[in-house]
Design a binder for this molecule. Structure first.
Ligand SMILES: Cc1cc2nc3c(=O)[nH]c(=O)nc-3n(C[C@H](O)[C@H](O)[C@H](O)COP(=O)(O)OP(=O)(O)OC[C@H]3O[C@@H](n4cnc5c(N)ncnc54)[C@H](O)[C@@H]3O)c2cc1C
Length: 346
């Protein structure tokens, strides 16, 4: 165990107080560490890439268990990865080996094991679309077992694993397409760049390169030299408004902005609005509140809250509240943060 480690050195937002860390380089060590801490009643924070966490500036109670096992194995039509494997390295390996399926999820920071936690998604593909099974450590019983995706309650940027720590993901297995064709292209901007109609496929390698280019242009690929990427990615999820409230929301938007084209997308239980569009229309431009602020919106993407170098968690929280409250005041929609918060509330 290492004590007094500043989590700010390990999170992509580069904020977070000091913590005692147990680094677990293998799956057996991870299982043993979590079982022992649970038996001793010590609070545990599961931590992998730190790219979807907003941790308070105070000392973190208990022990931070750092998940670092990183084996990756290709099968005839699948890939299996230990929880701590770098996600983009897993995607790159599958694409290099001639498999299709995961390419739209290129360039997403963090670990393979965290991808089911919030049903990671990008460019029209979600982890739940391709996941075959997940190996879990059940912390209530101390037992490990494989579960099917149907047991994980996947939804838009959520699952039964998010905001709960009752289970540790030890490994993930994904189905792949051995022909090397990409998943059907459902995201218009991506399909257009590749000269494809929506729903068509392209070679996975070409899709990966295009996704990486699109993401880099939005500051969504980690780059230590670029403060626009010192973030947790999109800070708010796109709000899904229930069918019986949609007309009220549309009316509130028109009352503020007049007859505008409002981006809307069909969702499971309502209509999905674009959080980035709402933030901009509520008056928060890229780079808000300005160049001197320690925490500001990315200059490339209104949905990312970024640390310009000297921000503390409190600065990120204050900016998040300002943006959330501004959107709520203007349009009556309360945005929900996407990252998991530890010791802070937005
Ligand atoms: C620049 C940038 C771009 C991003 N783009 C996207 C995107 O396009 N789409 C998207 O969905 N997300 C995106 N994200 C968010 C983030 O990368 C993902 O959510 C990623 O899966 C988090 O992985 P991690 O290993 O960093 O998790 P961490 O931040 O370490 O942990 C996140 C949560 O998962 C839990 N957790 C981690 N590992 C395990 C495990 N093995 N078992 C159980 N619980 C675990 C933690 O306790 C915590 O609650 C982006 C982030 C950044 C910084």
């Amino acid at each position: 165990m290492r004590s007094a480690v500043p989590l700010a050195e390990l999170t992509t937002l580069r904020v977070g107080g000091r913590a005692t860390i147990a680094e677990c380089a293998g799956t057996d060590a991870l299982v043993a560490a979590v079982r022992a801490l649970d038996a001793a009643g010590v609070p545990v924070l599961l931590f992998a890439g730190g790219s979807n966490l907003l941790v308070s500036d105070d000392e973190v109670p208990g022990v931070v268990v750092r998940i670092m096992a990183e084996g990756v194995e290709l099968g005839a039509d699948s890939v299996t990865a230990d929880a701590g494997a770098n996600w983009d390295a897993v995607v790159a390996k599958t694409v290099r080996a001639g498999f299709g399926g995961l390419e739209c999820l290129s360039g997403i920071p963090g670990s393979a094991g965290a991808t089911p936690v919030q049903n990671v998604g990008a460019y029209g593909v979600e982890v739940a679309d391709l996941l075959r099974r997940v190996r879990l450590l059940d912390r209530a019983t101390g037992e490990t077992h494989w579960v099917e995706p149907g047991e994980l309650g996947f939804g838009y940027r959520t699952s039964r694993l998010k905001h709960r720590s009752g289970a540790v993901v030890l490994a993930v297995e994904f189905a792949l397409d051995p022909t090397g064709a990409s998943a059907p292209l459902r995201y218009r901007e991506l399909a257009q760049r590749l000269g494809a109609a929506e729903g068509e496929s392209r070679p996975a390698a070409a899709v990966r390169e295009t996704v990486l280019g699109l993401r880099a242009g939005k500051g969504m690929v980690l780059d230590p030299a670029d403060h626009d990427t010192w973030s947790a990615g999109s800070f708010f999820t796109n709000p899904v408004v229930a069918h019986d409230r949609v007309d009220r929301v549309r009316a509130a938007i028109r009352a503020q902005l007049g007859e505008v084209q409002v981006p809307e997308f069909p969702a499971a239980h309502g209509v999905k609005f674009s959080a980035g569009w709402l933030i901009e229309r509520a008056g928060f431009a890229k780079g808000f509140p300005g160049p001197d602020a320690a925490a500001r919106l990315s200059t490339k993407h209104t949905l990312a809250l970024t640390n310009r170098g000297a921000a503390a968690a409190a600065d990120i929280v204050a900016l998040a509240r300002t943006v959330r409250d501004g959107v709520a005041d203007r349009f009556g929609i309360t945005l929900t943060p996407e990252p998991v918060t530890v010791g802070v509330e937005i």
